[in-house]
Design a protein around this ligand. Structure first.
Ligand SMILES: [Zn+2]
Length: 461
């Protein structure tokens, strides 16, 4: 209990952060640049700006926090060795900022140690209980029974304290306005993201596509367009988006919380057109804008801390170490299935929704979004790739993503129209794809087995 309170308070006092990964996708780059230029200027006013807390700061300039509930103004004077903060006539002095590891990283390093302590404590309780004489055990049981109401009250108070601590860490998600738990701050995750991006840059140093390469220029064009057309969202306009295209066949792309965009060439080969790529990059940018990494790490942090109580109990109650190890494994799997994976799928669905909105405001043909997931599902089926049931996966199934995006298309088209985007072609990509698949499957009927995937058009492989 003390450990949990300490960790929550420590994270509350720290700054915040974020991290992010992503993966996915399908096929052909060909006409990448062709259609984007058709939708020229962005009408940022097409959507109401997100209501969130704003933060503006420059050296020796006023720093204002403003929100819907309250507002306060600070004046910060930054010197070489100290910082002075003035608020409403009062002056606060702070010492020079100390260099420290990002809180999420510190937590990740301490995590194994916390588990070890829980195991040792639980095991020690079991050994102590086993070594007690029978009459002492009976006395202990009677003592516990007499104090049962006090113990229950203590447990209740502990639960209330934990609940209050969690309530003080609630935050409102940008764009969607969803209430969420955020133990780690965005700043903490920015520090971690800086370390992560340095590591990626080192790993991909020899694989980066030159900035003059058309593939790099294409990704850059799309990302900058998405950023420009969504600059009414503070989390978009405040971010510096940097593009890196990596020469690797993996069908993958991700955006770090600090705006570093990494796209593998395998992804560029996989998308069908620039509209699909726009939606995919919108999805990845949405993860960064919404600070999903910080949110997911926050949930994981709290679940892990509460799990320490369960872990201690497992090692205290199980009569043998082997059973305790089995119990620990089961507890970890249950925690994954009940908390981590469902939450991850929820965040993916939210990134799909927000990414579609970003793409709509950038005048992409959002109807291409569900087609992409149809392609993914078809490619998996034709290649005989085994897929995990959704409840075991960190991502929604292709079918569910297609269904959700398809349901959101009318709303996205309205948003696109409100942005004064050019009219879309009459041919709906979803209809075109369905017809193409029908023709394709008819052509493949009667062909010998094994001649399927390799003979598919590139766009479907
Ligand atoms: Zn994602």
């Amino acid at each position: 209990m003390v450990l949990i309170c300490f960790n929550l308070l420590r994270s509350r006092l720290c700054l915040h952060s974020l991290h992010l990964t992503r993966s996915v996708l399908v096929r052909q780059p060909a006409e990448l640049l062709k259609n984007t230029s058709s939708s020229s200027s962005c009408q940022i006013s097409c959507r109401a700006a997100t209501t969130s807390v704003h933060f503006r700061a420059t050296a020796a300039a006023p720093v204002c926090f403003s929100g819907s509930v309250r507002s306060a103004c600070f004046l910060i004077h930054v010197g070489p060795h100290s910082t002075a903060v003035t608020r409403c006539g009062r002056r606060i002095h702070t010492s020079a900022a100390a260099r420290a590891l990002p809180a999420p990283l510190v937590w990740a390093l301490l995590k194994p140690l916390q588990k070890l302590v829980a195991i040792v404590v639980g095991r020690s309780i079991r050994k102590w209980w086993a070594a007690l004489p029978d009459n002492r055990r009976q006395l202990m049981r009677e003592w516990a029974w007499q104090l049962r109401w006090r113990l229950a009250a203590g447990t209740g108070v502990a639960m209330v304290i934990i609940a209050l601590l969690l309530l003080t860490h609630l935050d409102e998600s940008p764009v969607t306005g969803r209430t969420r738990l955020l133990v780690f701050s965005r700043d903490n995750y920015m520090e971690l993201a800086a370390l992560t991006s340095e590591a990626y840059m080192e790993e991909f140093a020899e694989l980066l596509v030159p900035v003059t390469d058309p593939r790099h220029k294409t990704v850059e064009l799309i990302v900058h367009r998405l950023a420009k057309c969504n600059k009414d969202i503070p989390e978009v306009s405040d971010m510096t988006w940097t593009i890196h295209v990596v020469q690797r066949p993996d069908i993958n792309a991700f955006v770090l919380p600090n705006g570093k965009v990494f796209v593998f060439t395998g992804m560029l080969d996989a998308v069908a057109d620039i509209h699909q790529l726009t939606v995919i990059l919108g999805h990845e940018m949405a993860h960064a804008i919404l600070a999903h990494s910080a949110e997911q790490a926050s949930l994981s942090h709290v679940v892990d801390l509460l799990s320490l109580i369960v872990l201690t109990a497992i090692w205290a109650v199980c009569p043998r170490d082997s059973l305790a190890v089995l119990g620990q494994w089961l507890q970890k799997q249950l925690s994954e299935l009940m908390f981590s994976r469902p939450y991850s799928r929820r965040l993916e669905a939210e990134a799909d929704q927000v990414g579609l909105q970003l793409a709509a405001k950038a005048c992409a043909d959002v109807r291409a979004a569900p087609v992409f997931w149809q392609q993914m599902e078809l490619a998996d089926n034709l290649n005989g790739k085994a897929t995990l049931p959704e409840w075991l996966s960190t991502h929604p199934s292709h079918k569910n993503r297609f269904t959700q995006l398809d349901r959101l298309i009318p709303q996205a088209l309205d948003l696109r129209e409100s942005c004064l985007c050019p009219a879309l072609p009459a041919a709906d990509p979803r209809v075109v794809f369905t017809k193409s698949v029908r023709v394709l499957l008819e052509q493949h009927k009667g062909r010998p087995e094994g001649a399927n995937a390799s003979q598919l058009p590139h766009s479907l492989a």
